[in-house]
Design a protein around this ligand. Structure first.
Ligand SMILES: [Zn+2]
Length: 115
């Protein structure tokens, strides 16, 4: 695993796929440290996925109860709910993931010149 070292002169690489990180780096938490990742690897970082799924489960359930609860309780559920309910869970997952990714984003250390 590649740990992020401030001011490191060597090229920064993703600690998962070993791609050279140019421009934007995503710093994901691992234990007490932070690890450098490319965007695809940051999106598949298991703690981030687990946290987003937890948020989606909680918020999606609340939103489904608010928006479709009466229809479900009355037993009048239609086929339209088959796509509305999964979307209701997908939205908080995307919002939580986007927030975490934007919060983890940082610029790589400049390799020379002024930035
Ligand atoms: Zn990667």
């Amino acid at each position: 695993m590649a740990e992020i070292v401030a001011g490191a002169a060597a090229a920064l690489t993703c600690g998962r796929c070993w791609a050279t990180l140019k421009g934007t780096v995503y710093e994901v938490r691992a234990g007490s440290g932070r690890l450098a990742r490319c965007l695809p690897c940051a999106l598949m970082h298991l703690p981030l996925v687990a946290r987003s799924l937890t948020i989606a489960l909680i918020v999606g359930t609340i939103l489904t109860a608010i928006n479709q609860g009466n229809v479900i309780v009355q037993g009048d559920a239609t086929l339209a709910l088959a796509w509305k309910i999964p979307l209701t869970y997908a939205v908080p997952y995307c919002v939580a993931t986007a927030g975490a990714i934007l919060n983890a984003r940082s610029k790589t250390a400049p390799t020379g010149g002024l930035d």
